[in-house]
Design a protein around this ligand. Structure first.
Ligand code: HEC
Length: 115
């Protein structure tokens, strides 16, 4: 029993070390990793076909920048174009949930984020 506890603690310590990006992308995700909001589920399913939400969550853009980013994803990354209504829903969600962050004090950096 005691040995088990030691192993468990060791596992926690190792688990706390920064994980390589591959491990991050391999983590199973569900829509609740994104902030609540209208359009969250649609965004999750449209945007996690190629990469995890980590790229999205670390970003902060204006509505126009999110809109342009989707163009970029379609033109350069072979993303399937979104239907106009779905696109509006998703861009509105992204702009509300991930607005530009003008200041990023180091104190707010997530020590476990890999990028
Ligand atoms: C068809 C595949 C695909 C889909 C679908 C997709 N992306 Fe991407 N996305 C990529 C690729 C490839 C990159 C570049 C990754 C890299 O930098 O190595 C990327 C990068 C990004 C980045 C980082 C941009 C930067 O330079 O900081 C963000 C943010 C992003 N995607 C958001 C989204 C959002 C939001 C959606 C849904 C609307 C989405 N992606 C859907 C392929 C995709």
């Amino acid at each position: 029993m005691r040995r088990f506890a030691v192993l468990l603690l060791g596992g926690l310590l190792v688990g706390g070390a920064p994980a390589p990006p591959a491990a991050l992308a391999a983590e199973p995700e569900e829509p609740s990793v994104l902030p609540d909001g209208h359009g969250r589920d649609e965004t999750f399913y449209a945007c996690t076909a190629c990469h995890s939400t980590a790229l999205i969550r670390r970003s902060g853009f204006t509505r126009q920048q999110w809109d342009e980013l989707i163009d970029w994803m379609v033109e350069k990354q072979n993303m399937n174009p979104l239907e106009p209504e779905e696109r509006k829903l998703i861009v509105d969600y992204l702009a509300a949930a991930f607005p530009p962050r003008h200041t990023r004090p180091p104190a707010f950096a997530n020590p476990f984020a890999t990028n």
